[in-house]
Design a protein around this ligand. Structure first.
Ligand code: SF4
Ligand code: SF4
Length: 210
């Protein structure tokens, strides 16, 4: 199967997954999450707000999860993913492909987005595992969420608030000077800083040095 086939399998067959993050002291936190959609950008998940899990995820921006599907009485499959997440506006939901299964129960509820946030998992590794009858495992990775050609740069509009540095999963933003500076060698181009900066000081370019 191609990578997109695994994402489609997840969206269509596995409505709810068990996810884990670590809290500020490195202890694991788990939560059941609904899959909202899968697209070429990655995997969209609903995360309940007002929970310790949401707080930890918003800070750490890194998630792993596993879902299980019983294909038949004799075939059971698990799909696991781990990678970087960014919170997205629920406004984009209407533009995302809906899973072919009977749509997500959450989205049938009124005002569900008061209680649930939308996160996109991208820059991730995945593992498809058939548990029985014959164990088999396939691993793969995907880099999406932003165009791979995108590079991010901080401009003179930077007010050195440090917010981007606190959210950067790679800790690759140098805030010892203004404007802050992205250390491109370590950047995975996840776009979290771009989405985070309130001063709109971060620009996206298609090539380094453009
Ligand atoms: S979030 Fe924006 S303004 Fe704040 S330090 Fe980063 S680039 Fe500068
Ligand atoms: S795009 Fe690069 S600098 Fe910005 S948050 Fe992601 S890893 Fe950090």
């Amino acid at each position: 199967m191609e990578i997109q086939d695994y994402l489609t399998y997840l969206a269509d067959k596995i409505p709810t997954v068990t996810a884990a993050v670590t809290d500020g002291s490195g202890q694991p936190l788990t939560c059941a999450l609904d899959i909202a959609s899968c697209s070429k950008n990655g995997i969209y998940l609903f995360v309940p707000k007002h929970t310790a899990f949401y707080q930890a995820l918003s800070t750490r921006n890194y998630l792993s999860f596993t879902g299980i599907y019983q294909e038949s009485p004799h075939i059971q499959v698990s799909l696991s993913f781990r990678g970087h997440v960014t919170e997205k506006s629920p406004d984009i939901l209407s533009r995302l492909p809906r899973p072919s299964r009977n749509s997500c129960n959450l989205m049938k509820q009124e005002n569900y987005n008061d209680s649930f946030a939308l996160f996109l998992l991208a820059k991730a590794t995945g593992e498809w595992h058939r548990m029985y009858p014959e164990p088999d495992t396939v691993t793969f990775s995907f880099s999406s969420g932003t165009d791979d050609q995108d590079y991010f740069f901080i401009t003179s509009r930077c007010v050195l608030c440090r917010l981007c540095a606190s959210r950067c999963p790679q800790k690759c933003i140098d805030i010892s000077q203004r404007p802050a500076r992205i250390i491109q060698e370590n950047c995975i181009r996840c776009g979290t800083c771009y989405d985070t900066c309130l001063a709109k000081a971060i620009i996206r370019q298609t090539k380094p040095g453009d």
